[in-house]
Every structure is written in C-alpha cells, then in structure tokens.
Design a protein around this ligand. Structure first.
Ligand SMILES: [Zn+2]
Length: 108
C-alpha cells in the first residue's frame, strides 16, 4: 500500500507505549503521559517528569474510558480524587473526540 504522506526520515528507535484505555501500542510521543507526583496527578507533555506514569491517546474516547473506570488509578497505583478527575476532565475537553489519523484516509 503506497503511502502518500511521508513523515520525514524514519527515526532510529521509537519507544512504544501502551494506551491504558484501549490497550493499543503507539509511539511514546503520540501518547499523553499522565504522571503521579507528590502534588497529585499531572499531565506530562514532555514525558520527563519523575514518577509513575501512564499513557493515553490524545482523544476523548480513551480519556472517557479511564474516567469512568479505575484503570488510571490502577496504572498509577493511587486512588483518583475528585480533584484529579476534574483536572483530567478539563484536559479531556481540549482533546479531539476521535483520533485524527484514522479519519485522514483520503477517498481518492
Ligand atoms: Zn487509546
């Protein structure tokens, strides 16, 4: 299958991570890291913060899945407070509902 879009030169090594919501594996940089810090749960766009982290796709479907279940608290091994959920919900509001990638397929 010929690809119309090139994403630049192939990187030597892309770390793979699993989205805790849909369990799909993706490149680390295409997922959002949530990290448990001493201050609580934070989004970690740089992926560099110390602490137990979990990875999620940047789309609302995956965030809803972890907000309705307890997968995130299991992954981070800490209970989610109401404040944590508010933070996550607020962050989710800025995300697209679906992953763009799958909708970009051109119908030529
Ligand atoms: Zn996902």
């Amino acid at each position: 299958m010929p690809s119309k879009q090139q994403r630049g030169p192939k990187p030597k090594h892309v770390p793979q991570r699993t989205c805790i919501a849909c369990r799909k594996v993706a490149g680390k940089r295409s997922l959002i890291r949530i990290v448990r810090t001493e201050q609580g749960i934070e989004m970690d766009p740089t992926g560099k913060k110390a602490g137990r982290g979990a990875y999620l796709h940047p789309n609302q479907a995956c965030w809803k899945a972890i907000l309705t279940g307890n997968r995130l608290s299991q992954a981070l091994r800490t209970p989610l407070s109401a404040e944590n959920r508010q933070t996550l919900t607020a962050f989710m509001a800025g995300l697209p509902e679906q992953e763009d990638e799958e909708e970009v397929l051109s119908t030529a």
